[in-house]
Structure formats: structure tokens, C-alpha cells
Design a protein around this ligand. Structure first.
Ligand code: AMP
Ligand code: MG
Length: 342
């Protein structure tokens, strides 16, 4: 049921995002497109010009390869096997992911914590058996959440956990890593213009074929058919995190999938959505999750300390938009909204 809802939601989001992208008739002729369902998400990859088909074939293969490798819920995946055993050796992809995850953990003061899995499991987000855990259960699981307790050798890929029962969850960066990989594959195939949309998480390759910027729509957190604004950009990932993307309701209360590692509960720090613009997809993905956990004030402070790395659009509980200074040119608020720049 939830999966179905999610599928519909991502499909709508996809339309919204692509609807916001202008396209001219001569561009359409040179466009190659592929829809793929993987990682629980509807994905669309569009390539333009010579070698476009070849780039799509390679992209699809890569998506399925990474899906198999990274799906935490399956014991046959690399991460699943390591979680079950408590140790193992990560492949090249896994090493890149864990290295970045640990970097993000340090950088965000623990707001991004790849060892969140035991808590995700308690809430039922790992198998769709949703339930509100008892506080005592949460405290027990939280004792296992500390990425600092992951013992990792980035050279050999050997990984183990300081405590029994610890487990990793790459869900917060997997799609960004995937879009980053696709960007590399598409460029390698000789394509200079492409749009990768992994369920609303977008990464652009180059500009549009006519040399102008892509225009990416950001979904309103409270209405899947509404767009809060658009970002004009090129060669960038535009990745959004929001509680509306995956949640369940119990006794009239909504519980979503982005967990505050300091409490074990869904992050409730004043934000309903965070969009990151960054030239690296995996960094954008990790930071969108982390800034959502931080909340508005901390997220703004964090941006000030890392303004060369990324730009962001924050939506607070009242629907107000806060946009980092670097997007003054690139961002347009929509639907009668106004943006406050910081
Ligand atoms: P995203 O949609 O990119 O914000 O990622 C949300 C996913 O990241 C969740 O479904 C979990 O798999 C994982 N996750 C949830 N909370 C955290 C957290 N605090 N740090 C790292 N990953 C998280
Ligand atoms: Mg993320």
C-alpha cells in the first residue's frame, strides 16, 4: 500500500520536475529517454545528441548493478551481508560510499549517521511493517547508532563494528551516488547534455543542448501537485529531502523516515524540505538529509561555514522559503511565494 502510494507520489514528482524543464521541438528530435523502476523509485534518464542511446543502455545497467549492491534490506546485497555478519570487505563502490558517509558524519556533527539502521528497523522503515517503538526500545537501538564505532580501512575495504548489532544504511546517499555515477558514465560515452531524475533527485550533465541552463522544479512539501520554485543550473545535482517522501501515520500522528540520531525519532526541527545544489550528487544527497535533521538555524550556520561547497533551499513548517545567497540569480519562487535570502 505504502509502496504503491510512494510510486504514485514519485511519478507525480517526476512529471512536475520534467514539466518544469523547457524543451523545444528540435531538441526533442535529438533526445533519448529511458524510464526505469529501481531503488523503490521511478527514474528517468534523458540524453541528447550523439551516443545518447549507448549512454542510456550503460546507465540502466549501472542503476540495476548499484540497486543490487546497495539494497540494505536484502541479505544478498553487499551491505546486507556485512550487516548480518557484523564485518566484511566492501567493494570499490561500497568504499566510496562509506568514506563519504564517515566524512559527512564528522562534518555534520553526527546529523548524518550511516549507522542509523537499527533505529530505521525499529520503526519498520526497512520492511514496511510500520510501528511506533517504545522509548526503551529506542534507547537500546540508539546505543548502537554511532558512526564513530565503525572500524573501516578505506584502502582494503575491511569494515567491522565496535558493538554487536550495529548496522549500516546507505539510504541517505545511495541515490546521489547513483546519479553521480551516471553522470560519469554518460560523459564517458561522449554525451555532453543529459538530465538524470531519480524520483525527484536530479543531476544535470552540461547544459541543455542549446547551451541554456536546465530548470528544475522543487515540489511543495505539503502538496505533491504544487511547485515551490525552480532552480536554473547546469552541471549540478539538485537533491531534496523531505518528511513527505516516506512516512506512516498512527493515531493521527505522522512519522517520517529521516531520523534525528540524537533522539531516535523522526527529525522535527522546523523544516519540511531541504534542497541542496552541489556539483557532486552524493554530497548533495547526504547534505540534504543532514540539513533536514539540523533544522533551520543550524542548517543556515552550516551553509555559512561551507558556502563554497553547496547552495540550498529550505522550507520551514510555515511554508516559508529560505534560500542561500548563491542562488539569488538561479532560484525563482513560484505560486505567489517569496524567498528570504541568507
Ligand atoms: P533522504 O531521502 O536522502 O533524506 O534519505 C533518507 C534515508 O536516509 C532514510 O530512508 C534512511 O535510509 C536514511 N537515514 C535516515 N535518517 C538518517 C540520518 N540521520 N543519517 C543518515 N541516514 C539517514
Ligand atoms: Mg539524502
Amino acid at each position: 500500500m505504502m509502496k504503491k502510494l510512494l510510486a504514485v507520489l514519485t511519478a507525480v514528482l517526476l512529471l512536475l520536475t520534467l514539466g518544469a524543464c523547457r524543451s523545444e521541438p528540435d531538441e526533442e528530435q535529438d533526445m533519448h529517454t529511458k524510464d526505469i523502476f529501481a531503488m523503490d523509485t521511478y527514474m528517468t534518464v534523458k540524453t541528447y545528441g550523439k551516443n545518447g542511446e549507448e549512454a542510456l543502455t550503460r546507465s540502466e545497467k549501472e542503476i540495476h548493478r548499484l540497486d543490487k549492491l546497495l539494497s540494505t534490506g536484502s541479505a544478498s546485497s553487499e551491505v546486507g551481508a556485512i550487516n548480518e555478519k557484523g564485518s566484511g570487505t566492501l567493494s570499490k563502490d561500497g568504499r566510496v560510499l562509506l568514506k563519504k558517509a564517515l566524512e559527512l558524519y564528522d562534518m555534520t556533527d553526527g546529523a548524518f549517521d550511516v549507522s542509523i539502521y537499527p533505529v530505521m528497523k525499529l520503526w519498520g522503515f526497512t520492511d514496511q511493517e510500520y510501528k511506533v517503538p517504545k522509548d526503551s526500545q529506542l534507547q537500546e537501538a540508539l546505543a548502537l547508532v554511532n558512526a564513530g564505532d565503525i572500524v573501516f580501512d578505506a584502502k582494503t575495504g575491511d569494515v567491522s563494528f565496535a558493538k554487536d548489532g550495529m548496522a549500516m544504511d546507505f539510504g541517505g546517499i545511495a541515490k546521489g551516488y547513483t546519479s553521480q555515477r551516471l553522470t560519469e558514465i554518460i560523459k564517458d560515452a561522449g554525451v555532453e547534455s543529459a538530465l538524470i531524475n531519480l524520483g525527484g533527485n536530479v543531476q544535470t550533465v552540461g547544459t541543455r543542448p542549446d547551451g541554456s541552463d536546465w530548470r528544475i522544479g522543487i515540489q511543495a512539501p505539503d502538496n505533491e501537485e504544487d511547485v515551490i520554485g525552480g532552480i536554473e543550473t547546469h552541471d549540478m545535482a539538485v537533491i531534496t529531502s523531505g518528511g513527505y517522501e516516506r512516512f506512516f501515520e498512527e493515531d493521527g500522528v505522522r512519522y517520517h523516515h529521516i531520523i534525528d540520531p540524537s533522539t531516535g525519532y523522526p527529525a522535527d526541527n522546523g523544516l519540511t524540505s531541504v534542497t541542496i545544489v552541489c556539483d557532486d550528487g552524493m554530497t548533495a544527497d547526504g547534505l540534504s538529509t543532514a540539513l533536514f535533521v539540523m533544522g533551520k538555524e543550524k542548517a543556515m550556520e552550516f551553509w555559512k561555514a561551507h558556502k563554497d561547497l553547496f547552495q540550498c533551499v529550505l522550507v520551514d513548517d510555515d511554508g516559508a522559503l529560505y534560500v542561500s545567497e548563491g542562488l539569488k540569480e538561479g532560484f525563482t519562487a513560484m505560486g505567489g511565494r517569496t524567498a528570504t535570502y541568507f
